[in-house]
Design a protein around this ligand. Structure first.
Ligand code: OGA
Ligand code: NI
Length: 337
């Protein structure tokens, strides 16, 4: 069966040609290290100065970390994962009603990354939703499975609170007022990508998502506890991020790299696929409001380097991001002073 998505229920026996990466771009899975030292930060820690220090260290040295005791209810998390699985288990005809490859759509099921621009496709289907304000966007969300809207709505609200808490800790760790990041980013947008990576017949030849940095401010990723696949570039080597029970993976996006004047890094990461098991992840993205000016505070530009990036707005950035291939140079390079 020839459909636009790969979650059609049909198992492929070999990888279609359009997914095969040239030799030099392949994931070389046997060389990936199991990262022993991804920081896992307990947000329940009552010693705030210590917590702020741990967050600052993780943001500076890794750009990514996991958090436990994060305040998002275990039930909300469990139900979100369940309904995500149910969504992708629906018949392909039902899913295809939501299909679009237009990145400007605020609700769509799509595949790969940017099918109209890219040369090689990625072994991923995804449901992408705008989530803030909820009253505006929930009505256009999928009405199947029937409980999807309610579950995703609760999940989005709780994750948003976690995002704000992290932004406060990050502000403090940069020596700023705790509301600084929130104030600069304005009324933040929120998007969700429900990623589904079906079993792939030849995982050595392709990606779920190739190396990329996230264009938004902060990403909160719920990853499958049973099936790993997320990898992060650390000291020029790809390392696997082992799923930690009841944890979220947090990563700095391009906007926080710009806002921190390069102190915190929006790291390269990728998702690889495997031959046996399907993998799910749910990524929540917090994004600057459209009218926010992304600009670092004076205290971070006074050390002689000045501002690394010119001031810009997120719509300007986002347009540039989607006009490129995912794995090209860091999009922020195009905004350097
Ligand atoms: C993303 C992403 C990683 C994953 O959606 O931007 O990096 O493990 N996802 O699915
Ligand atoms: Ni990402």
């Amino acid at each position: 069966m020839d459909t636009k998505v790969i979650s059609s229920g049909v198992r492929y026996s070999r990888l279609p040609e359009s997914y095969v990466r040239p030799e030099s771009e392949r994931p070389r899975l046997s060389e990936v290290l199991d990262c022993e030292n991804v920081p896992v930060i307990d947000l329940g820690c009552e010693d705030r100065p210590s917590l702020v220090r741990q967050i600052g260290d993780a943001c500076e040295k890794y750009g990514f970390f996991q958090v436990t005791n994060h305040g998002v209810g275990l039930e909300a998390v469990g139900r979100m994962m369940e309904v995500a699985v149910e969504f992708f288990e629906m018949p392909v005809e039902e899913k295809l009603k939501l299909y679009s490859d237009d990145p400007a759509k605020t609700m769509r099921l799509s595949t790969s990354f940017n099918v109209n621009k890219e040369k090689v496709h990625n072994w991923r289907d995804y449901l992408r939703l705008h989530c803030y304000p909820l009253e505006k966007y929930v009505p256009e969300w999928p009405s199947n499975p029937p409980q999807f809207k309610e579950i995703a709505r609760t999940y989005c609200m709780e994750v948003r609170e976690l995002g704000f808490r992290l932004q406060e800790l990050m502000s403090e760790s940069l020596g700023l007022e705790k509301d600084h990041i929130k104030n600069v980013l304005g009324e933040q947008g929120q998007h969700m990508a429900v990623n589904f990576y079906p079993p792939c017949p030849q995982p050595e030849l392709t990606y779920g998502l190739p190396g990329h940095t996230d264009p938004n401010a902060l990403t909160i990723l719920l990853q499958d506890l049973q099936v790993s696949g997320l990898q992060v570039l650390k000291d020029n080597k790809w390392v696997a991020v082992k799923p930690h029970p009841n944890a979220f993976v947090i990563n700095i996006g391009d906007q926080l790299q710009a806002l921190s004047n390069g102190r915190y890094k929006s790291v390269w990461h990728r998702a690889t696929v495997n031959a046996e098991k399907p993998r799910m992840s749910v990524a929540s993205f917090l994004c600057p409001s459209d009218d926010a000016i992304i600009s670092p505070p004076k205290s971070l530009t006074e050390n002689g380097t000045g501002a690394i990036y010119r001031d810009y707005t997120y719509p300007e950035y986002y347009k540039k991001f989607w006009s490129r291939n995912l794995d090209e140079e860091h999009c922020l390079e195009l905004f350097k002073n």
